[in-house]
Design a protein around this ligand. Structure first.
Ligand code: IMP
Ligand code: MG
Length: 186
């Protein structure tokens, strides 16, 4: 399977030290494999990919480079309720322009942690009458998952530790990193 490359490379993002956890080449290989599965499964379904911003932008971009079937892509974002910190507060889906009725949707997310965000996104789309909804997430933290979600395409299952890079941020920083880094120590 996908062996996780470890190295001594470490990096500072804001005030914290991170070390390489998933190398760019391993990510690329896995993302291409997922895209090939989608090519087979959605051959004549003209799927509409829905990328969830900001975190999924790199995954969505690399995934689409190997997708070679007729398809479309759109992006949404979730409103954030920072300051209020009532975790699990209802967030809203922003920015959808496309009509999703009768469409085969593939939701693209960077990471699923508790699953609360994804459960809200799925509810939002379910109410709009798509033909099907599947989820592609690059990362999943299975130990943290609280919601009963059907996850169709999962890049890597990872432990509970905080990660950054390849679209994922720490306090808004680190999204540009090619590799994925894990918080050092603890
Ligand atoms: P959930 O609603 O708990 O599944 O949280 C998902 C969101 O939390 C993701 O879209 C990320 O924005 C953020 N998140 C969760 N874990 C991490 C992490 O390790 N690094 C960066 N962001 C994370
Ligand atoms: Mg996200």
């Amino acid at each position: 399977m996908h062996e996780i490359s470890r190295s001594l490379e470490s990096i500072k993002v804001r005030d914290k030290e991170f070390e390489v956890y998933l190398k760019d080449s391993d990510i690329q290989q896995r993302v291409a494999t997922i895209a090939e599965e989608i090519n087979k499964e959605y051959k004549s379904k003209n799927p509409l990919f829905i990328g969830i911003l900001n975190g999924s932008f790199m995954f969505a971009s690399d995934l689409m480079k190997t997708v070679n079937i007729p398809s479309e892509i759109a992006f949404i974002r979730m409103s954030s309720y920072k300051g209020m910190s009532s975790s699990g507060a209802a967030k809203q889906v922003l920015g959808l322009q496309e009509n999703v009725f009768g469409r085969h949707l593939i939701l693209i997310e960077d990471i699923i942690d508790t699953g609360i965000t994804m459960a809200q996104v799925i509810n939002f789309f379910q109410e709009r009458g798509p033909k099907s909804i599947k989820v592609a997430t690059l990362l999943l933290k299975p130990e943290k998952l609280e919601k009963n979600l059907k996850l169709d395409f999962v890049g890597f299952e990872i432990p509970e530790k905080f990660v950054v890079g390849y679209g994922l941020d720490y306090d808004g920083h680190g999204r540009n990193l090619k590799d994925i880094y894990q918080l050092k120590g603890e």
